[in-house]
Design a protein around this ligand. Structure first.
Ligand code: CA
Length: 226
């Protein structure tokens, strides 16, 4: 999951970024409202965290502009005050949810999981492919009865694949959802993490779930020949 955090207050932005990175999100931070559209055009975000009071353009206006341009990306609005007019204005501008500052990072990540569920094909909290289960709340995977611990990046990569079961997921899509703007395009990082995931998820099982499609990308699913 990749999140664009739009927040002009450096300490607040750093706190949110740190909390989300610890939870295996890829995070980019932008401090101005009038730069959001450029970022959204240059990368694929799963969700936008949008402060209301911003230099350049306020969050309500940013959200309205995104929706006017046809962007359906879920927006979680950050509001400083718990006042009814602010909430109403936020939701009217096209935001999907709002969070009142100050908030606990746990509440933020729970809201983000709820938004991802709303967008995804499955309404259940756990992602399932064959006998492989992934829990976005605990970040634990389970194959059959065996639980599998994952590093943050392994989790993010597996989640990206499992949200698109039986579909080819390109390297470009993986980079977009798992890494932030710091990713170096020539690097072998994806191969390294796929290798690590295979060791944990497929190595001991006759049915392999992670498939490589040369030149196209990767696919997760039971059926080898699809
Ligand atoms: Ca602000």
């Amino acid at each position: 999951m990749r999140v664009l955090v739009v927040e002009d207050e450096p300490r607040m932005a750093a706190l949110i970024r740190q909390g989300l990175v610890e939870e295996a999100y890829a995070v980019d931070v932008v401090g101005r409202g009038d730069e959001v559209l450029d970022w959204v055009q240059s990368a694929t975000y799963d969700v936008i965290l949008l402060d209301i009071m911003l230099p350049g353009m306020n969050g309500l206006e940013v959200c309205r502009q995104l929706r006017d341009q046809g962007y359906q990306i879920p927006v979680l609005m950050l509001t400083a005050r718990d006042t009814l007019p602010d909430k109403v204005k936020g939701l009217d501008s096209g935001a999907d949810d709002y969070l009142i500052k100050p908030f606990a990072i746990e509440e933020l990540t729970a809201r983000l999981r709820a938004l991802a569920r709303r967008e995804g094909p499955s309404k259940s909290a756990e992602l399932v492919v064959a006998d492989l289960f992934l829990n976005p709340a605990t970040k634990l995977a389970r194959r059959g009865e065996r639980s599998i611990e994952l590093t943050a990046k392994e989790y993010a990569l597996l989640e990206t694949l499992m949200r698109r079961p039986n579909q080819v997921v390109s390297r470009h899509q993986i980079i977009d959802h798992v890494w932030d703007m710091e990713f170096e395009s020539g690097s072998k990082l994806i191969e390294v993490y796929i290798h690590a995931l295979r060791k944990k998820i497929d190595e001991d099982y006759p049915v392999k779930l992670i498939h490589t499609l040369r030149g196209l990308g990767y696919r997760i699913g039971e059926d080898e020949n699809r």
